[in-house]
Design a protein around this ligand. Structure first.
Ligand SMILES: CC(C)(COP(=O)(O)OP(=O)(O)OC[C@H]1O[C@@H](n2cnc3c(N)ncnc32)[C@H](O)[C@@H]1OP(=O)(O)O)[C@@H](O)C(=O)NCCC(=O)NCCS
Length: 151
């Protein structure tokens, strides 16, 4: 069974696992450009305790962690993020479905946005298959959006 575990309630092992994933060469190049130190990771987790505009979850399938999904609110607009457990393949659809469920059924958003590097073909295909549309682009990035309802 799929369940979400909020980053504010992770145990020590999960905390370190997420740090390793954030710096994993199969994930990091698609998310950010620099190495994340232990102190930065700790600061990021501390911020999540009081910043209600940022929500991060581990996605569990029974005892297995499939990946991470996130929601960041800026000026009333929500952006999602995701990455899969780097040791797994083919669970992007499940992570994506959890994102849409949380956004449109729990948070009852009217709109959900994200950014994706133009070079990240796997992520882009996944998003387009789930009904996201590109509404803007610049040199390196596609900006995508999905309207609520119709789930
Ligand atoms: C984006 C992401 C979630 C997409 O996940 P996904 O759609 O499940 O795709 P995967 O990365 O697992 O790759 C699917 C590939 O694995 C293969 N595959 C699927 N299930 C498999 C399995 N059980 N065993 C082996 N291979 C499998 C598919 O055929 C496909 O092959 P390809 O290499 O020819 O494309 C994932 O690639 C990821 O976490 N990437 C890094 C972080 C990232 O880019 N995040 C998004 C930022 S905008």
């Amino acid at each position: 069974m799929i369940r979400l575990k909020d980053f504010t309630s992770l145990c020590k092992a999960e905390f370190y696992l997420v740090l390793a994933w954030r710096n994993d060469e199969r994930i990091a190049p698609f998310m950010h450009s620099k190495q994340i130190s232990f102190n930065e990771h700790l600061k990021f987790f501390e911020e999540l305790k009081f910043n209600t505009n940022k929500k991060y979850f581990l996605v569990y399938d029974d005892e297995e962690i499939l990946g991470v999904i996130s929601f960041v609110k800026t000026k009333q607009i929500y952006e999602f993020g995701l990455y899969q457990n780097p040791n797994l393949k083919g669970f992007g659809k499940i992570l994506m479905q959890e994102i849409l469920n949380h956004a449109f059924l729990n948070l009852k958003l009217k709109k959900l946005n994200a950014k994706v590097l133009k070079s990240n073909q796997k992520a882009l295909n996944l998003y387009l298959n789930f009904g996201f549309k590109i509404y803007k682009e610049d040199k390196d990035i596609f900006y995508i959006t999905h309207a609520g309802g119709g789930l």
